[in-house]
Design a protein around this ligand. Sequence first.
Ligand code: ADP
Ligand code: MG
Length: 346
Amino acid sequence: MFENQRRTELHDLGEFGLIEHITSYFKNQNKESVFGIGDDAAVLDFGEKYTLVSTDHFIEGIHFDLTFHPLRHLGYKAVAAAVSDICAMNGNPLQILVNIGLSNRFSLEAVEEIYSGIQIACEKYAVDLIGGDTSSSPRGLYLSVTAIGCVDKDKVTYRKGAEANDLLVLTGDIGGAYMGLQILEREKKVFMEHPEMQPDLERHDYIVGRQLRPDARKDVIQILAEKEILPTSMIDVSDGVASEIHHLGKQSGVGFQVFENKLPIDPQTVERAIEFGLNPSIAALNGGEDYELLFTIKQGDYEKIKHHPDMTVIGHATELVGKYNLITESGNSFEIQAQGWQHFQG
Ligand code: ADP
Ligand code: MG
């Protein structure tokens, strides 16, 4: 199996390189495993419909900071993130399992807060908590949510499937969760240095909310079904639109052309990006955790979405395989780099 002789640092591979490396040695053995690794959720065939399964974990100090993340919101966010991956397959989320690891820093009341958030999300997305596992943890909080869903076999939507000239559509707006995090981290620093100062978060309510309590776009899946639109490919925005464009392009064997002036960015996101000395478009493309949906549709479906306030055509697929370009307002073309979240940095 693995035949490495020398020590290799994980940051040399990066998150996606590591996943590819470890999973390339595994082959599916069961015919029910229709599609395993490499999409937002695994696709399983147990009967009339496909079953979808996906899991996500949240580790204190890596994925969240409890100095500013309310436990209730954290529980909600963990469920939303898992449900979002089922939606990204054009699926209907049905059940979740929750694993939790708790250090002795946490009281019953704290755990109740986390589960209140989980319950609010269960009601919002109409999913059932059907199990999980509980353990102590040497340090900090660990939370993992597995989501299960289903989809009609002829409606399952993979990351692959986009063809040249398909339109690239984004729901909601992007970059807010990332700028919200920048604000929270800045206010934390101010508070640590000047505990007498109260953080001023109210005027950043939208972007801070995007970071602390994001929503999965189950509503969009319903709208697509009502409008009889079957996307040709789809992914959810967890690592950032730039990174997700690369995933769709790589798996579909197409390139993408994206127009900067079409990127849906909330004014709060734009203002804060400028304040932080960032280009708003770059912040929006690289910021993660918006949990919006990014998908491609046939040109013939354009009429069905063109007036929808929550769906924006940001570009189209091209025959230039592996070329992902951002066309600026002045007509210049830049390569879209897939930065994503850099785990395993030294
Ligand atoms: P997402 O951001 O949509 O949750 P990821 O980038 O985390 O997707 O994962 C991409 C694919 O790799 C998924 O199919 C996921 O199940 C798989 N994967 C991630 N980590 C592992 C692992 N440690 N072992 C096996 N498969 C993994
Ligand atoms: Mg995903």
